[in-house]
Design a binder for this molecule. Structure first.
Ligand code: NDP
Ligand code: 8X3
Length: 248
């Protein structure tokens, strides 16, 4: 019987690349997202090893209905990849939209903990694993990162807490903290500004969705006695800058 991964946010970016990677390696994948046309296309591409589950991850009732509706052969989930997430806005806090902050918190934090809580009994029964997609923004603040960085700091710290609580259960927990990777992330963040996305990534040789999918897969492929706690990765072109100083 193949192992089963539930990958949230599999209609684009890291999640879609991960769905392809895991299915190519013989896993079954439950792929989630809101865009049913993308999920249908992925099902057509990858075949019946993929189960599409279309729902807004912020909608707890829809999430639970999708879990309840899983076909029998997809119910034994061995791996939860909490990947669905987003940034909204690049403005400093004093100019940011509160609605953008709430969207990020609802998606990156509340939905992530809700799904994790729902799947813990299954994951414990199967000695499974959780991979949480955080960000370098969890550790390194930058102007305009405000609530996004806050949500990702939550994800990283929640992962460590989960790991402590799951001590002795055999369930593994890993946080992956990527830096700049070219996906639909910046188009979403800028509310649809493809030119801004092209400008950000242009000439920077950013990481790709496949780089992160390979990392998720590598984590999931480690032997049961080995837990990767945390991985931080960046493109070679990206590094650190100093503090800013305001002068009168
Ligand atoms: P994409 O925008 O390419 O993909 C995001 C995925 O999340 C989509 O499949 C989208 O599906 C899903 N998603 C977003 N909101 C919801 C929602 N309300 N309900 C269901 N699904 C949702 O971005 P990435 O692949 O880059 O991002 C994946 C994760 O990686 C995110 O958590 C992001 O914060 C993180 N990350 C990204 C980095 C980057 O540089 N790209 C770096 C570090 C971390 P749909 O729209 O169909 O619902
Ligand atoms: C996405 C990376 O640097 O845009 O998490 O915050 S960054």
């Amino acid at each position: 019987m193949p192992r089963t991964a539930l990958i949230t946010g599999a209609t684009a970016g890291f999640g879609r690349a991960a769905a392809r990677k895991f299915i190519a390696a013989g896993w079954q994948v439950i792929a989630t997202g809101r865009r049913s046309d993308r999920l249908d296309a992925l099902r057509a591409e990858l075949g019946d090893a993929l189960h599409p589950a279309c729902f807004d991850i912020r909608d707890e009732a829809a999430m639970r209905a999708a879990l309840d509706a899983l076909p029998e052969r997809f119910r034994g989930i061995d791996l939860l990849v909490n990947n669905a997430g987003l940034a909204q806005g690049t403005k400093p806090a004093q100019d940011a939209q509160l609605s953008d902050w709430k969207t990020m918190i609802d998606t990156n934090v509340t939905a992530l903990v809700t799904l994790t809580h729902a799947l813990l009994p299954t994951l414990i029964a199967r000695k499974g694993a959780v991979v949480n997609i955080s960000s370098t923004a969890a550790t390194y603040p930058y102007t305009g990162g405000n609530a996004y960085g806050g949500t990702k700091a939550f994800v990283s710290q929640f992962s460590l807490g989960l790991r402590a609580d799951l001590h002795g259960t055999g369930v593994r927990v890993t946080t992956i903290e990527p830096g700049m990777a070219e996906t639909e992330f910046t188009v979403v963040r800028t509310h649809g500004d493809q030119a801004a996305s092209d400008k950000l990534y242009g000439g920077a040789n950013p990481m790709t969705a496949e780089d992160i999918a390979d990392t998720i897969f590598w984590v999931a492929s480690q032997p049961a006695h080995l837990n990767i706690n945390r991985i931080e990765l960046m493109p070679t072109s990206q590094s650190f800058a100093g503090f800013q100083v305001h002068r009168d």
